[in-house]
Each structure stands twice: as structure tokens, then as C-alpha cells.
Ligand binder design. Structure first.
Ligand code: 3HC
Length: 697
């Protein structure tokens, strides 16, 4: 069926875009819309036009897949201009999402009616783009310069009510009344003597002379290193200084510049990687996941409380179990604080906060969790304790109950082996804080069934999180790679770089936080304990030496006010500590390491290449199914800069032949213990391949 259909109903041409799954503005849709406008203009029986989408959305924006193939005309600005130039009134009937080019089409219309559940916005910036079909010119005319900039720079859609308040849509109606309301509105425009309202003709309100300087300052920190936000501001500036037509041409140039930029390519990769990750290759196609609606969490510590909060927010029935009443009370208080913070930020009203907490059931009796669909164990990291808990759960729980552990490093197979139902046991590695972080590593063991994995994937989706299926290996994917990254950050200390230099170099490169600040935040005692229980730790006295010495001295990081940095009481701001500088010099001397000046480039190279090398080993060992899954983990769990696409995409974008020669150089300089070139990298470099090309494991 043609992706754009036209039906005439009592003098109204109803143009329906039907391009599943999201009504993206593909070339065929753009052609179809132009043809539909021509047909409606020509047809004397048509008095007005309504444009609507079939399925779940109005239009989700440009077809992002076309950006890599080179866009073929007609382009969206031409379609928007054609709609706006119509002599017969055109009304957009918006339901679901009207995003990016979809909203631009709607802004080309002479009126907009939205269904109450609809959302509209310009998410282009998240793909490293600017609205490229006159959105940067029309939106400021409609809602004012600052409001338009805010919407485009945030990239977050607004709901129908907010869109109505700001003037983006003219009316909000019930979803089942949308078409009738849009037709009525089109008829009323038809009946009016006034010419159709064209946004291009609206005056644009002027701003203060220093407005754009101040606006750039305001967004500088959160848009650090990104090309698109500055291009958006520039294009809106053009709206005040150029004619409409010239500014639209300039906008398209900026859009094209962004579209071909490495940043946008990386962000588009991230977009598709996050969708692909929800379809892991291990899932049996017909595996029907068990529906999970009742969850029990064993262990009411920080992780347990955060997981309980996530489950409650997703509308699940939640039981929190702990042997200590005091821990349970503490968890309740933590969750109340989380709700208060959400209320303060306007993300929740106080009634919803109270309702959420009222739904939480707590118990000290492990027997009470017997009949739930899923138990998530979240006690502290101790294999014997976890095995004991799982043996008890196995005995008490219904045969239908799935059992998951929230361990971040321990052997999930060994935990599963404590039960008589290893096929029902898996890992759910939440990241801290669990109610905030979007990532979950779903750990499949050697014996867990595809149905169990499918249930884990469906559960993550229900929580609104990104579940990535990974294999069972020490540290799974994320933490295993973090060991390589952290190892280099530690080695660099002994060789001559200060913690603050290392952190600054990596933050300047784009990481959300430096590795030493992360260590202090997570607690240096946590890493210390994990390393001390590791049986395959390398025989290397310099391995995480400084972190170990600090942990042994009780310097655990933020929680003790002293760690790799020092912290003023009540502050989370890391301050360089001369005492740590002395410890580093002393330890380097004891190890016979000669200290030298280290450049920021070397810091970035060693830390990021350590990640790439570990990522290659993870792929080789089949712990991650695909390179893009690793990228999703690092983008969502470790603050890797999204505009670099993730460590494996970043390696691919450098070119694996170059990556290979750099790793060879690092191996020559620092030895094969850590820098041995992974076979998969060697093979791919030899045949000009990319990590992305590897078949799913
Ligand atoms: N182009 C191509 N494919 C798209 C797409 C798009 N704009 N949006 C979504 N898809 C695909 C997804 O890749 C996925 O494909 P798959 O089934 O093969 O994995 C499928 O559609 C369904 O997508 P989701 O799983 O994301 O579906 P949801 O229902 O969860 O979310 C959505 C729907 C909110 C529309 C979400 O898909 C989304 O945010 N899409 C991107 C919107 C966007 O960024 N638009 C701006 C594009 S740039 C632009 O318009 C430039 C213009 O200014 C010229």
C-alpha cells in the first residue's frame, strides 16, 4: 500500500501517512505528501486538508536510516514549504509522537490539533543534528526565541498540554475525537475569510543584545564538546538577522554539516544499538516470557531499596525482605527521600509519592517471598551467603518463581548450582543508583533457559530500563572492562600523573567523570574487596597499588571524606590531597618506578585503548553478543561520551588497522601482560573489518 493515502470526506481531503513502524518521513512519504497536496489543490471538491498518521504516531521524524545513504529529493523543507503555501487550509491531527521532521510538517500546516496523549518535540540534538526542515525558523516565531531554543537544546518532547500552553498546538482533544476535531477545525478555517495562518509570516520577537552570548554560556557545561547545540543556536540567531528564506537555506547547510559529522554518526549508532540490544540473539524466537508482576527483593541495602523503587515505579507488586527490621525501616526512609527529591523536581506529585510507598510490603521472613514471579537477591557480595540464600529460595519458592542475583562480579553459575533449578536462575546486575541508572546487565548462565533470559529482557523493558544480555564471567562486560581502564588510570599515577590530571584529561575527552573521582564515589573499599577475593588477579605488585594502599589506610572515598581526593564536610567536590601525592611518590619509589611527565594524550590513549582491548577480549570470549551491546553498556552505565558512540564504535571509527598498530606499540612499550593484541583485533585489522561486522555470538 502507498505510504501516503488520500480520501475525501465531505469536502475535506484526509491525507494519511502509513509507514510502519513509526511513520518516518522516508523518501516515499515525502513524495507522497507532495503529490497529495497537489491533488488536494487541484480537486475542486476539496475545501481543506487534514494530515494524520496511521498506527501509533503522527510522524516520528526523518527516516534516520536514509542519512547514511545520502538523502534523495524531495527534501523535507520543500514538503513543509509546499504544505504551508497551500491556498486551502491544512490542519495536522497529531497523535502519538510528532517529532523532528514530523513536528516540522505540523508547523507547515495552518492549524494543529493534538490528542491528549500526544507528544511533540525536536529530538534531533540527541542524534547530533539540528531541526533541518525549517524548525529552527518556525518554532521561534510561534513560541518565542528562548522557549524554542530550550525545546531544541533539551531535545525532550513535551506533552500535548504543555504544547498547547506554549502555543505549539491550537487545541487538545480526546484521542477518539481527534479526527472529527481536526476536520471541524479545518472547516472553521475554510469558513473564515482570513487567509491561512502561515508561521513564516509571523513576526519574530526581538531579544536583548547579549541574549545569545548568555544563552551559550548557560548551556556550555551540558553541551560540552558537541557540535549540534551550537549550530541550533546559530540557526536561531539567523532567524533574527536574515530573511526567512535565506535563514532556511542556512539552516539546511548547518543540518547537512551536522549530518555528515562523526558525532552525528556516532549518536545514530547509539540510537540503533539501543534498539538492537532489546533483541538478543539468544532468545528463542517463540519463547513466551513469563509475565512478571509480583517481585520480591531480598536485602534492603542501598541496591535493594533502589531496585524496589524501580519496580514500584513500574507498577509492580513489591515485597522487600531483610532479616533486620532496622534495615527495612532504613530502606523505607531512603525511598521516601527519593520520592521527595522527585516531587521537588516536579517529576512526581506528593499523592503519587505516598501511593507508591504505601504499596511497598516488607518482611523479615524469607518464607513470605514464596509465591512471587521473580525474586531478586541484593545482599552484599559474598558467594557463600548468596549460595545459602538461593538454596533456601529454591526450597521455599513456587516452581514457577524465577530467581535472580544482583551480584556485580560473582559467578552466577556457582550461585545457580546451589539450587535444583539452575535453568531458572540468572543475573540482574543493576547499576547504582538503581532507581536512576537505565542499564541492567542480564547475566545468562551456562544452564539458564531461553525462557528465563526472555523473562529478564521483558522485565528490564517493563522497568523502562535497557537490559543487555551478557555472559557469566568475572565482572561480566562493564566491570570487566572497567578493570582494564582503572588499571591504566592507576598505573599512570605511579608513573607520574596526578589523580586530578588523569581525571581532567578523560573528562575533557568526554567521559562524564574521571576514573579516580568514580573510585571515590563508589568507595575504594568496594574495589579492594573485589580484588582481594579475585582468584585470577595478576601477579603484579603495581596492580591497583595506590587504590589498595588508600583503602588499607581507611581512605574509602567520599563516604569517609578522604580517598584519592579529600572532601570538605558535606561536600562531594574532590580536592587534590598533598598526602595522596606523597603516598604515590613513596609507592613508586618502593616499586622502583621512575616517574616522568605524562601528557594528557598518553592518559587518554592508555585508558581508552585498555577499554578497547578488554572489549575485544569480551567479544572473543562471547561474553557480549555484539560490539554494539558493549557500546550500550558503556554509554549507559559508565558515562562514555555518547557522541563518540561507545568504545567499540570509537575503535571502528578510528579504523582497526590504526587501533591494531597502536596496541602493538603499547605492547612493545608496556609488555604483553596487559597489552597482548587480541586475536580478533588482529584478524579484523588484517582484513579491513570492523568490530561491528562480527557475527552475533
Ligand atoms: N527513522 C528510522 N527508523 C526509526 C525511527 C526513525 N526516525 N524511529 C524509530 N525507528 C525504528 C527503530 O529503529 C525501531 O526499529 P526496529 O524495530 O527495527 O528495531 C522501530 O522504529 C521502533 O522504534 P522504537 O523501538 O524506538 O519504538 P518506540 O515505540 O519505543 O519509540 C519513538 C518510538 C519515540 C518514535 C522512537 O523510536 C524515537 O524516538 N525515534 C526517533 C525520533 C527522532 O529522533 N526523530 C528525529 C529524526 S531527525 C529529523 O527528523 C530531522 C529533520 O529535522 C529533518
Amino acid at each position: 500500500m502507498a505510504p501516503v493515502q488520500i480520501d475525501t470526506l465531505d469536502a475535506i481531503a484526509i491525507v494519511t501517512i502509513d509507514n510502519p513502524p513509526v511513520n518516518a518521513l522516508s523518501n516515499a512519504v515525502r513524495v507522497g505528501l507532495l503529490e497529495a497536496m497537489d491533488a488536494a489543490e487541484r480537486d475542486p471538491a476539496v475545501g481543506a486538508v487534514v494530515i494524520r498518521g496511521a498506527g501509533k504516531n503522527f510522524i516520528a521524524g526523518a527516516d534516520i536510516r536514509e542519512f547514511d545513504q545520502g538523502l534523495r529529493p524531495p527534501h523535507t523543507p520543500q514538503v513543509v514549504a509546499r504544505i504551508e503555501a497551500m491556498d486551502k487550509p491544512v490542519v495536522a491531527a497529531i497523535h502519538g509522537h510528532a517529532l523532528g521532521g514530523g513536528l516540522e510538517i505540523a508547523l507547515g500546516c495552518h492549524g494543529r490539533v493534538a490528542a491528549s496523549g500526544a507528544s511533540v518535540g525536536f529530538p534531533e540534538v540527541r542524534l547530533g543534528l539540528i531541526p533541518g526542515a525549517s524548525g529552527t525558523q518556525r518554532l521561534p516565531r510561534l513560541v518565542g526565541v528562548e522557549a524554542a531554543l530550550d525545546l531544541m537544546i533539551a531535545g525532550r518532547p513535551v506533552d500535548a498540554a504543555q504544547a498547547h500552553d506554549s502555543g505549539i498546538v491550537d487545541a487538545v482533544v480526546r484521542a477518539d475525537e481527534l479526527l472529527d476535531a481536526a476536520i471541524d477545525y479545518a472547516r472553521s478555517l475554510c469558513a473564515s475569510d482570513a487567509a491561512p495562518r502561515r508561521i513564516r509570516d509571523l513576526p519574530i520577537t526581538t531579544v536583548a543584545a547579549d541574549f545569545f552570548v548568555e544563552y551559550r554560556n548557560k548551556i556550555a557545561a551540558r553541551t560540552r564538546g558537541q557540535l549540534a547545540p551550537d549550530c541550533i543556536v546559530r540557526s536561531v540567531e539567523n532567524a533574527l538577522t536574515m530573511s526567512f528564506d535565506d535563514a532556511v537555506i542556512a539552516e539546511r547547510e548547518l543540518f547537512t554539516r551536522c549530518m555528515v559529522s562523526p558525532q552525528s554518526k556516532a549518536l545514530r549508532h547509539a540510537f540503533f544499538a539501543e534498539r538492537k540490544v532489546t533483541k538478543p540473539p539468544q532468545l528463542a524466537i517463540d519463547a513466551e516470557p513469563l509475565a512478571i508482576s509480583r517481585v520480591a527483593i531480598v536485602g534492603a541495602g542501598t541496591m535493594g531499596a533502589g531496585i524496589a523503587q524501580s519496580c514500584l515505579a513500574a507498577g509492580l507488586d513489591v515485597m522487600l525482605q531483610d532479616l533486620s527490621e532496622q534495615q527495612l525501616e532504613g530502606a523505607r526512609e531512603k525511598m521516601a527521600r527519593i520520592n521527595e527529591a522527585a516531587i521537588e523536581r516536579g517529576r512526581m506529585d506528593s499523592a503519587a509519592g505516598s501511593r507508591l510507598l504505601a504499596k511497598l510490603r516488607t518482611t523479615t521472613d524469607l518464607g513470605e517471598v514464596a509465591s512471587v514471579d521473580l525474586v531478586i537477591e541484593a545482599v552484599y557480595e559474598n558467594l557463600d551467603l548468596k549460595r545459602e540464600i538461593f538454596a533456601g529460595l529454591d526450597k521455599n519458592c513456587s516452581p514457577k518463581t524465577l530467581l535472580a542475583t544482583n551480584t556485580s562480579t560473582l559467578d552466577v553459575d556457582a550461585i545457580a548450582a546451589a539450587t535444583q533449578r539452575p535453568e531458572d536462575v540468572f543475573g540482574l546486575h543493576f547499576f547504582s543508583p538503581a532507581h536512576v541508572m537505565r542499564l541492567i546487565e542480564i547475566v545468562r548462565t551456562a544452564s539458564c533457559s531461553p525462557v528465563t533470559v526472555a523473562a529478564g529482557v521483558a522485565f528490564a523493558r517493563k522497568l523502562g530500563k535497557l537490559g543487555v544480555v551478557v555472559g557469566n564471567a568475572h565482572g561480566f562486560v562493564g566491570n570487566r572492562m572497567f578493570h582494564g581502564y582503572g588499571r591504566e588510570a592507576q598505573a599512570l599515577l605511579l608513573e607520574g600523573a596526578a589523580p586530578e590530571q588523569i581525571d581532567r584529561a578523560l573528562v575533557d575527552w568526554g567521559m562524564a567523570m574521571g576514573p579516580h573521582a568514580v573510585g571515590d564515589l563508589a568507595g575504594l573499599d568496594v574495589g579492594y574487596k573485589i580484588r582481594s577475593e579475585r582468584r585470577d588477579a595478576p601477579d603484579d605488585p603495581s596492580y591497583f597499588r595506590i587504590a589498595d594502599v588508600l583503602a588499607e589506610a581507611g581512605r574509602y572515598g567520599q563516604k569517609t571524606g578522604l580517598g584519592m581526593y579529600r572532601y570538605a564536610p558535606g561536600s562531594r567536590e574532590p580536592q587534590p590531597d598533598p598526602e595522596v601525592a606523597q603516598i604515590i611518590v613513596r609507592e613508586a619509589e618502593a616499586l622502583g618506578i621512575e616517574r616522568r611527565n605524562i601528557s594528557n594524550d598518553e592518559i587518554v590513549e592508555r585508558c581508552i585503548y585498555a577499554l578497547i582491548v578488554e572489549g575485544a577480549r569480551v567479544l572473543e570470549a562471547g561474553i557480549a553478543s555484539r560490539a554494539s551491546d558493549i557500546d550500550v553498556i558503556w554509554l549507559n552505565g559508565y558515562g562514555f561520551p555518547r557522541h563518540r558512540g561507545g568504545p567499540m564504535y570509537y575503535a571502528d571509527s578510528i579504523g582497526l588497522d590504526r587501533v591494531h598498530s597502536t596496541v602493538c606499540r603499547l605492547e612493545g612499550k608496556f609488555g604483553a601482560r596487559y597489552w597482548r593484541v587480541p586475536r580478533v583485533l588482529e584478524d579484523l585489522a588484517e582484513r579491513g573489518g570492523r568490530f561491528e561486522d562480527l557475527a552475533d555470538a
